[in-house]
Design a protein around this ligand. Structure first.
Ligand SMILES: O=C(O)c1ccccc1NCC(=O)[C@H](O)[C@H](O)COP(=O)(O)O
Length: 205
C-alpha cells in the first residue's frame, strides 16, 4: 500500500502549491505562536481556499483555547485538526471534525496504551519527544518502540528526511509520514528539491 505524505509547517501559497504538485496528500499549518512556522488563520484559510481537490489541510494546535480553534476551522469545512498538546479525547471530539492526536514518544512509553486513549481519532501521529519542545524538533525517536499492530492508522513523524524516509517506511510501515524541518531551506520555508525527493522516496520506495 502506498504511503501517504503530510508536509507540515506550510506558511505561504507558493510552498502549498509546490507540495501539491509533487503529490502531498496533506498540508499542516501550525497555529502555535511560539513556533517559527506559525501562520495566521487568515493566511492559512486563504491558502486552503486555493488547494486542489484530494489534499487535506490539517490545522495544528498545542493546548489552544476553543475560540482560537474555532477561528481557524470556521474558515473551511475541509479542515482536519491535529491536537499536538495534552488535549483529552473528549476535548478533541468536541469540535466534531476528523482529528489526529499527536503523541510524543520517549523510551519506556507504552505506545499501545497511549493510543488506546484516542480510539475516536482518525489517525495517531507518533512524534519525537523533546523536553520543552512540543513539536517540529527535527529529531527521530526509536521506531522500535512502535508496536507492529495498533488499532489506528499511524502517521510517523519526527526528524524524517529524504535520506531516512525509505528506511523509516521499511521499519515502521506507517499509513503516512509527516515532515517539517527535513524539507526546509529555513524555518517555515520549504525546499522544492527536498520536498520532491521526500515525496518520491515515500511513494516510490
Ligand atoms: O512544526 C512545528 O514548528 C511545530 C511546533 C509546535 C508543535 C508542533 C509542530 N509541528 C508538528 C508536526 O506535525 C511536525 O511536522 C512534526 O513535529 C515533525 O517535525 P520535524 O521533526 O521537523 O519533521
Amino acid at each position: 500500500m502506498t504511503c501517504r505524505v503530510k508536509i507540515c509547517g506550510i506558511t505561504n501559497h507558493e510552498d502549498a502549491q509546490m507540495a501539491c504538485r509533487y503529490g502531498a496528500d496533506a498540508l499542516g499549518f501550525v497555529f502555535y505562536e511560539k513556533s517559527p512556522r506559525y501562520i495566521t488563520p487568515e493566511t492559512a484559510n486563504s491558502i486552503v481556499a486555493s488547494l486542489p481537490p484530494f489534499v487535506t489541510p490539517v490545522a495544528l494546535f498545542v493546548d489552544a483555547n476553543s475560540d482560537v480553534i474555532d477561528s481557524v476551522i470556521k474558515g473551511s469545512s475541509r479542515w482536519m485538526i491535529q491536537f499536538h498538546g495534552t488535549e483529552s479525547e473528549s476535548e478533541c471530539v468536541s469540535y466534531q471534525r476528523p482529528y489526529m492526536k499527536a503523541l510524543r514518544i520517549k523510551k519506556g512509553d507504552d505506545v499501545a496504551a497511549l493510543v488506546s486513549g484516542f480510539l475516536s481519532a482518525t489517525a495517531i501521529l507518533l512524534d519525537a519527544y523533546k523536553a520543552g519542545v512540543p513539536g517540529g524538533t527535527g529529531e527521530v525517536f526509536d521506531w522500535s518502540l512502535i508496536p507492529g499492530e495498533l488499532p489506528k492508522p499511524v502517521v510517523l513523524a519526527g526528524g524524517l528526511t529524504p535520506e531516512n524516509i525509505k528506511e523509516a517506511i521499511k521499519q515502521v510501515a506507517p499509513y503516512a509520514v509527516d515532515v517539517s524541518g527535513g524539507v526546509e531551506l529555513s524555518k517555515g520555508i520549504k525546499s522544492e528539491p527536498k520536498v520532491q525527493e521526500f515525496i518520491s522516496g515515500a511513494k516510490c520506495g
